[in-house]
Design a protein around this ligand. Structure first.
Ligand code: N01
Length: 556
């Protein structure tokens, strides 16, 4: 059923005044990344009248937007792929251990076509506001394209790392050459050949793109504020027969994946299965023996100790081994020292790379250590630090995201009593299971804050959420219920449980500043946002709550 009316809406950036068509739905899914696509498929299969909206003009979410040179997944593609369809598992052929962005985008497009999902997706449609109508228990969703939706349920599959962060640097707008962002890289690509490039940011995106840009650019300046903990990915093409062997064993692989903390058997090329903390304690090991471990294990050495990620002094000793490895790989002593992080290992996301440190041995690549000489401003033709001016043709930002909450906070979401979600989250993103927020009935968040999400293989985390939500909606329909809402007490208990899990952990300590803690956004409240209990325990908790009649949720 559709209706037409005229509304004015604004998100502060986009003001829309248009003839709007309102579509009545059982459920609206926001986002056509891996979470949104699977949610759409699952609800459609279960007979719901469901549609999805997507800001971009194609599917893929993360793998649609982050199309920068060098973008690649950091777990094995055989595992970072949908497990819900045996057919898709068998039909799709991966070519490398860890797929690059183009291959991942092709895969997600293949899934969308295979399941005929596009007919139910409105592309180039950005949600700007959502209001819960307490009289009807339905959401009115307004978009910037003129399309409106009146939906009983809304499922936000808006992603954890999808709201780009524009660095607050004076003069950014004054730069006269091209300004590129890793997280919004031009669809048509960009040829750096023969150009002088100034790149800001050395997180996962920066570390992946730097070696590739260095191959094309005539000169590359890397402006580094925090050095990265990274190690070689060990990626390679799949050997003949390897894929067939894995496909024949898929059921077993998926079963084992589900038993692991992060839903993956390997991080990069390193197995995480069955790894028990070694007896080795770095603080009880003489220096020569620690160096012998570096000789033996290479980049695996800094973390091959039981105490490194839990004790600050041990962590410093681990970083010293990491520094030793950098010195072995980077020729210029001053550059090598600048590449050593000054914060504990484990604070930020562990990165894996392809040829990162070796890139700094190239004559045309210069590392600028912003810890020593901070940025003063961007100029029309370069960047001024406290030490001098660097001239370049292209400014390239790998400056990250407003993680976990950014995408939802950028939408005007009003729940009961007209309460705004971003106001409710001002002191921290409260949620029950990372699935719902008290006061916002019938709204679900896929991989929301308070769920394992970014600490897990995202596709596995997404599948668990989608299955749970789909079962929940089916059960509501079967029982003739039309509202489900997280209860404030259950939510509070969950927040306290999640906080207790990181209490005393280095990653949540004062020594750490990461996007997990919101520390990359000036003024954002400091709370460790993902759930640290691991996927198996989390899944068990969600399942037992469902089995107990959705304990902690009010159903009407
Ligand atoms: O973003 P980041 P990212 N002046 O926030 C610097 C996932 N991912 O896009 O650390 C100077 O990690 C900032 O410096 P500092 C993965 O989960 C996965 O790289 O704040 N510098 C930092 O160096 C990852 O963790 C893959 O001191 C400024 C960088 O910009 C997450 O996405 C690949 C600055 C931002 O690093 C985010 O990664 C890519 C300023 N004003 C991403 N502002 C895989 O491998 C920011 N910085 C699967």
């Amino acid at each position: 059923m559709t209706a037409t009316n005229t509304v004015a809406a604004a998100d502060g950036v986009n003001a829309v005044k248009a003839e709007n068509k309102t579509t009545r739905l059982d459920a609206l899914v926001i986002g056509a990344g891996v979470g949104g696509l699977y949610m759409l498929h699952k609800l459609r299969e279960q007979g719901f009248n469901v549609r999805a909206v997507e800001m971009g003009d194609g599917v893929g979410g993360t793998w649609y937007w982050n199309r920068y040179p060098g973008a690649r997944v950091d777990v094995e593609s055989l595992e970072y792929s949908f497990s819900f369809s045996k057919e898709i598992e068998q039909e799709w052929d991966w070519t490398e251990i860890m797929a690059s962005q183009p291959e991942l985008e092709r895969y997600i497009n293949f899934v969308a076509d295979r399941l005929d999902l596009r007919r139910d997706i409105e592309f180039q449609t950005k949600v700007i506001s959502m209001t819960f109508d307490e009289a009807t228990d339905r959401w009115l969703v307004v978009t910037d394209s003129g399309a409106q939706f009146d939906a009983q349920f809304v499922i936000a599959a808006t992603g954890c790392l999808s709201a780009p962060l524009t660095p607050q640097i004076e003069g950014l707008d004054s730069f006269t050459g091209p300004v590129l962002y890793t997280n919004r890289f031009p669809k048509e690509g960009f040829d750096f050949t023969g150009l002088r490039v100034g790149l800001i940011g050395t997180g996962s995106s920066g570390v992946q793109t730097i070696p590739v840009v260095a191959e094309q650019a005539s000169e590359l300046f890397v402006f580094q504020r925090s050095a990265a903990y990274t190690r070689p990915a060990g990626n390679r093409p799949l050997a003949p027969g390897e894929l067939d062997e894995a496909k024949a064993d898929y059921e077993n692989i998926r079963y084992r994946q589900r038993q692991t903390f992060a839903g993956t058997l390997r991080f990069g090329a390193v197995s995480v299965e069955g790894v028990t903390p070694p007896d080795r304690r770095i603080l009880q090991t003489p220096l020569e023996q620690r160096i012998a471990v570096v000789d033996e294990l290479g980049w695996g050495a800094p973390q091959a100790w039981a105490d490194v990620l839990v004790d600050l002094d041990a962590n410093k000793a681990g970083t010293e081994l990491y520094a030793e490895l950098i010195r072995r790989n980077v020729k210029d002593a001053q550059t090598a020292e600048a590449l050593v992080p000054h914060y504990p290992m484990g604070c930020k996301r562990q990165i894996i790379d392809t040829g990162y440190f070796e890139t700094f041995n190239k004559d045309h690549v210069t590392l600028v250590d912003l810890r020593k000489t901070p940025i003063e401003r961007i100029t029309p033709n370069g960047l001024q630090t406290t030490d001098g001016h660097y001239e370049f043709d292209v400014l390239y930002c790998a400056t990250g995201f407003d993680a976990m909450t950014g995408a939802l906070n950028r939408i005007d979401i009003r729940g009961r009593d007209g309460k705004l979600l971003r106001d409710e989250w001002r002191d921290g993103p409260g949620s029950y299971l990372g699935l719902q927020v008290a006061g916002f009935p019938n709204l679900f968040t896929i991989t929301g804050p308070g769920s394992p999400s970014v600490l897990a293989n995202m596709i596995m985390a997404v599948e668990q959420h989608v299955d749970w939500i789909a079962d929940c909606l089916t059960s509501l329909r079967d029982s003739g219920s039309r509202v489900i809402e997280a209860q404030a007490e259950a939510q509070q208990a969950w927040i306290e449980h999640a906080a207790a899990l990181v209490e005393g952990e280095l990653r949540a300590s004062e020594s750490c500043n990461s996007w997990y803690l919101g520390a990359n956004i000036p003024g954002k409240v400091r709370i460790y946002m993902p759930y640290m209990g691991g996927l198996p325990a989390y899944r068990e908790r969600c399942d037992s709550i469902a089995a107990a009649g959705y304990a902690g949720f009010a159903i009407a």
